[in-house]
Design a binder for this molecule. Sequence first.
Ligand SMILES: [Zn+2]
Length: 62
Amino acid sequence: MAYSYACKDCEGMEACPGKFVAETQDEVWKLMALHAAVAHGVDASTFDEDMTAYLKGLIKAV
Ligand SMILES: [Zn+2]
C-alpha cells in the first residue's frame, strides 16, 4: 500500500506538476508541506483545520 498526492488536484493548482508517492499518509503530508513551501511559498503550518482536512482528503491510496 502506498499513498499519493497530486498538487494539480488541489483547487487553483491545476498547472502544478508536483506529485508525491510514499508509504504512509504522514510521509506524503510532510512532502506536501515541503512542496507548498518550496514551490508555492506557502507555510503549511498556517493552514487552518478546513484547509488541512481538504488537502488530506486529496491524498489517495494507490
Ligand atoms: Zn504544487
